[in-house]
Design a protein around this ligand. Sequence first.
Ligand code: NAI
Length: 286
Amino acid sequence: RGKRAFIAGVADDNGYGWAIAKSLAQAGAEILVGTWVPALNIFESSLRRGKFDESRKLQDGSLFEIAKVYPLDAVYDTPEDVPEDVKANKRYAGAKNWTVKEVVESVKNDFGTIDILVHSLANGPEVSKLLSETSRKGYLAALSASSYSYISLLKHFLPIINPGGASLSLTYIASERIIPGYGGGMSSAKAALESDTRVLAFEAGRKKRIRVNTISAGPLGSRAAKAIGFIDTMIDYSYTNAPIQKELNAEEVGNTAAFLASPLASAITGAVIYVDNGLNAMGVGV
Ligand code: NAI
């Protein structure tokens, strides 16, 4: 039987989540995705209307299928955690069972188990503020959406990830080097995510021989990155200064994810893997 993957954080065909879904599908995996509740309608209708057909094309010309799209808001673990105003919000009221615990229950009912878990989501409401000007609320929101969301997903999925499976997230070098503009506690959130990758690798490894890695990706003009505002500058900077002077293609991150999720990477866990044309290795811009 082929493997089954759940990818959290796919709402269009521009981001890393989509590219990872496509590479895993190309490698023969069955694809389930978790889509942020407010983005669900537009994503599903675009899928239905064929808006993504060009980017759904696999090497043999066929279009990859998403077996099921689950509404998800990864900042809420259970229905009891959802505040009244969110429950009443019309963008949420139309969807059901989108807290982490409920999504995992639905996946279990629909498919039984998965083999691969991918976390490709982040959110920091104060990302455009300096860290030193970030509010407590904004900082904790960044950590909740971008770091704890991964712990929660892994915690709830762990009982239904088959032994020998793999889990992945996406991180950014702002966790370890100063990247002005990546504010609001987002740099802190990525530092937490990378540290958690090591501890979770130990715990999931000992419990179920599941590997846990994170990909430190170079800049991509995704929807989330455009919202931060400085992505074009980062792409230009990377092109100019990286050892490999070319544009970074989301597919290169997707292919790395497919490798890390496969038996070819059977001894790799607890690692931060750079997919950034080598920019991380530079000490100065030249
Ligand atoms: P994207 O916009 O394709 O993906 C982010 C997704 O997160 C969106 O689909 C959004 O709807 C979803 N999301 C936000 N809050 C959520 C919540 N509470 N519950 C569920 N889903 C939620 O953008 P991108 O850039 O591909 O981001 C994917 C991952 O890659 C993120 O972790 C990001 O930090 C990371 N990354 C991105 C880089 C870039 O330059 N674009 C560089 C390095 C890492």
